[in-house]
Ligand binder design. Structure first.
Ligand code: ACO
Length: 318
C-alpha cells in the first residue's frame, strides 16, 4: 500500500487589506475590542476575484513550483463553504484552469474543518491506489457576511492555500480522526438557499452567516479539546496547527493540553478567520520561513473545527 506525502505547499491572498479601523468606519466596533477579544488586526478581502480564482492561483503555484505535468494529477479536492456555484464545484473549475484533465475533482463542505476533512479524504484515495493530487482550502467568506453585523463581520477574511500530495512507501499522514455533531447544525449557518419553487413560497430568509459565538467557543474548548487530547495521547508533537479563529481559544487549548504556547503558531492577526483556508495558509507560511521542513523529522497535528458542527485531527510526520 502507498501513503500520501505533502511535497509542496502554496497560498494566495487577495491584495486588499481591511484593518479593524477600516471596519470601525461603518460598524459600531473598535480596534481595541476586536484585538482584545480575538487577536485579529486585519484581514484580506477579495474584490472581483471569486473562490475559484484564488484556488486556481494556488493550484498554478503548486504545479509551477514543482514543475509537475498537470496531466499527472489523479485528483483535485477543494474544501470550501463559499463556492462560486452550487454546481460546478470549485475543484472542477480549478481542474479546467490548470488543464489537469485526468484528475477527478470535487469539493468538500466542512466549514472550518474542511481542509482537515479534505486532506484525510485525499490520503484515503492514495491508500486506495491513486498517485498524486492537489488539496486546497479556499474561501471568499466576505460574500457570505452581513457587513453591518458587527458580531460576525469583524471575524472573517478571504484566501486560499493548499498542498501537493504524492504517493510514497512510508506513512506520513499517520493518523486521522474526523467528527461531527449535526444536532448543533444551527450554531453556524451561511448561504441558505431560499426553499421555494413554483409550488411553494417561503418568507424571505437572509442567506448571511449567523454564528452562536459563545456556543462555538464552548464547543472548541470542550469537545474539540477533548478529542485532540485523546487523539494525541502520549505522542510527542512539535507543532499544533489549529484552525485560526481566535487567539484566546488557541491560548486556552494550549493550556488545556499542558503544552507551551510556542507549539501553537498563529497568523490570525493578519488574516482573520479564513475558514477552510486557515490551516493551509499557516502551513505554507511555516514552510516558507523554514520553521517547518517537508523533508524533516517534525511531527505536526492539524486541527480544524467549525460549522456543522464538524471537527477533525490529523497527525503528520512531515
Ligand atoms: N465590536 C464591539 N462590540 C461587540 C462586537 C464588535 N465587533 N461584537 C459583539 N460585541 C458586543 C456584544 O454585543 C456584547 O455586548 P453586550 O454585552 O452589551 O450584549 C459584547 O460585545 C460581548 O459579546 P460576546 O459575543 O459575548 O463576546 P465574546 O467575548 O464571546 O466574543 C467571539 C465573541 C469573538 C465571536 C467569540 O465568542 C468567539 O471567538 N467564538 C468562537 C468563534 C469561532 O471560533 N468560530 C469558528 C468557527 S467559524 C466557521 O466554521 C466558519
Amino acid at each position: 500500500m502507498s501513503f500520501g506525502k505533502i511535497i509542496a505547499t502554496a497560498r494566495y491572498l487577495p491584495e486588499k487589506i481591511v484593518t479593524n479601523d477600516d471596519l470601525a468606519e461603518w460598524l459600531d466596533t473598535s480596534d481595541e475590542w476586536i484585538q482584545s477579544r480575538t487577536g485579529i488586526k486585519q484581514r484580506h478581502i477579495a474584490e472581483a476575484e471569486n473562490t475559484s480564482d484564488m484556488c486556481s492561483q494556488v493550484a498554478k503555484k503548486l504545479v509551477d513550483h514543482t514543475t509537475i505535468d498537470p496531466l499527472s494529477l489523479d485528483f483535485i479536492i477543494v474544501a470550501t463553504m463559499s463556492p462560486d456555484y452550487t454546481s460546478p464545484s470549485v475543484a472542477c473549475q480549478v481542474q479546467g484552469q490548470i488543464g489537469a484533465t485526468q484528475a477527478m475533482a470535487f469539493d468538500v463542505t466542512a466549514a472550518c474543518a474542511g481542509f482537515v476533512y479534505a486532506l484525510a479524504t485525499a490520503e484515503n484515495f492514495i491508500r486506495g491506489g491513486m498517485r498524486r493530487g492537489i488539496v486546497i482550502g479556499g474561501e471568499k467568506t466576505s460574500k457570505l457576511l452581513d457587513w453591518h453585523d458587527r458580531s460576525s463581520a469583524v471575524l472573517f477574511g478571504d484566501g486560499a492555500a493548499g498542498v501537493l500530495l504524492e504517493a510514497t512507501e512510508e506513512p506520513s499522514i499517520i493518523k486521522q480522526m474526523l467528527r461531527a455533531d449535526g444536532k448543533q447544525s444551527q450554531a453556524l449557518t451561511a448561504g441558505y438557499h431560499a426553499n421555494k419553487n413554483i409550488f411553494h413560497e417561503e418568507a424571505e430568509t437572509s442567506p448571511a452567516l449567523t454564528m452562536d459565538g459563545r456556543g462555538i467557543w464552548n464547543f472548541a474548548l470542550n469537545d474539540v479539546t477533548k478529542s485532540l487530547k485523546e487523539f494525541v495521547g502520549e505522542e510527542s508533537v512539535d507543532y499544533y496547527l489549529l484552525h485560526q479563529a481566535n487567539k484566546r481559544i488557541i491560548e486556552k487549548i494550549a493550556r488545556k493540553m499542558s503544552e507551551p504556547l510556542e507549539k501553537f503558531p498563529m497568523n490570525l492577526m493578519n488574516y482573520g478567520n479564513t475558514s477552510a483556508a486557515s490551516i493551509p495558509i499557516l502551513l505554507d507560511e511555516l514552510v516558507e520561513t523554514k520553521q517547518l521542513s517537508l523533508n524533516g523529522k517534525q511531527k505536526i497535528v492539524l486541527t480544524g473545527y467549525g460549522g456543522g458542527l464538524a471537527w477533525g485531527n490529523l497527525l503528520i510526520q512531515l
